[in-house]
Design a protein around this ligand. Structure first.
Ligand SMILES: [Zn+2]
Length: 349
């Protein structure tokens, strides 16, 4: 079955790994990325949102281990400068363009839902360029159109870190997502500029006040590319039923996240995570959002995922699991790619 994914961080992995040629690693396959070309072929991957995320100068290698306590409440990381974010973002866009250019037309950065539809129908890989945290956009928005012209079509206003536009939701368990202030004045401005350009706004890492500020400012459907149900796992990164209802009434969409800290009921980031945790979240999302508004945003290359999935090539294990649990082929197709595709054809114009 085809599969379209709402969120991955493979570009960051390729950007951070030292002494490698990112394009060679991507095409030859490797053991440090959950997504590469051999795994794309094996899984019948149709594409997805490819995120560009800029960590502070030193990535925190112990981060996931510290999510294995019974409770945790991490302070938000330090803010980063617009200049540093812009340079790193351009580097990751270059990696993606090099991958596209070396693909013999098999991989394409799509600037509209129509282009994505063409790619998926013709068995090509369609990529939506996404930034996770808008730090690379300066306060005068000069870089917004530069990035748009390079193919940027989706923005997470914040990652779990504050910036000049909004406040991120911390990684906390157990915790409500109601943490900190809402959008700033220029954050509201950014929402309006994105609406004008049909740039999608992803709410996965924004705190609750910011979420509702976007809901009250934007005229577009609300999107959470990689978030789960707070009703099932009381993690600050998950969406409350009120938020899910707001997404539903805006005709929005949610991609279920495989990060085990957001799936497991105890909030721990461990690879031991039975697939029934995914169906628990899935059932709750389906109950509130209906069959047409639930999709997947795996967080491959940005999280620990259930060991029965492990990487992109393991998506077939989830397909088989859902089928064995009695999900119809029609519903699995919707969750695996048709809901994202329909949503993007309608909204990415
Ligand atoms: Zn994320």
């Amino acid at each position: 079955m085809k599969y379209f994914d709402g969120h991955n961080d493979v570009l960051l992995k390729l950007h951070l790994e030292e002494n490698i040629n990112p394009v060679h690693e991507f095409y030859n396959g490797n053991n440090f990325c959950q997504i590469d070309y051999p795994k794309i072929i094996k899984s019948n991957f149709s594409g997805g949102f490819f995120a560009i995320f800029v960590p502070d100068s030193k990535p925190d290698n112990d981060f996931f281990n510290r999510m294995n306590k019974d409770r945790y409440d991490f302070p938000l990381p330090n803010q980063i400068s617009s200049k540093f974010a812009y340079e790193s973002t351009m580097n990751m866009i270059d990696i993606l363009k090099d991958i596209e250019n070396s693909s013999k037309n098999e991989i394409k950065i799509c600037k509209s839902g129509k282009e994505l539809d063409y790619c998926i129908k013709n068995n090509k890989v369609g990529i939506i360029l996404h930034i996770e945290g808008a730090e690379c956009i300066d306060k005068d928005f000069n870089s917004l159109d530069t990035l748009y012209n390079l193919g940027l079509r989706s923005i997470g206003i914040v990652w779990s870190r504050n910036n000049i536009f909004a406040s991120g939701v911390p990684f906390s368990f157990p915790s409500s997502p109601d943490r900190g202030a809402g959008l700033t004045k220029i954050g509201i401005e950014l929402v309006k500029l994105c609406d004008e350009r049909n740039i999608l706004l992803d709410l996965s890492h924004i705190n609750q006040k910011g979420f509702y500020d976007v809901a009250n400012t934007s005229t577009k459907p609300l999107i959470a590319t990689h978030s789960n149900a707070h009703f099932i796992t009381k993690h600050s990164r998950n969406l409350t039923d009120d938020q899910l209802n707001a997404i539903k009434s805006s005709n929005g969409i949610v991609g279920i996240n495989f990060a085990t800290a957001f799936l497991r009921k105890d909030g721990k980031m461990l690879e031991e995570c039975a697939l029934t945790n995914i169906t628990d979240h899935l059932e709750h999302l389906l109950k509130i959002l209906g069959e047409d508004r639930v999709a997947i945003g795996s967080d491959f290359d940005g999280a620990i995922v259930p060991k029965e999935i492990k990487d992109l090539s393991g998506i077939i294990n989830l397909e088989n699991y859902l089928f064995n649990q009695g999900y119809s082929k029609k519903l699995i197709e919707k969750i695996f790619y048709k809901n994202w595709l329909n949503f993007l054809v309608q909204n990415l114009i």
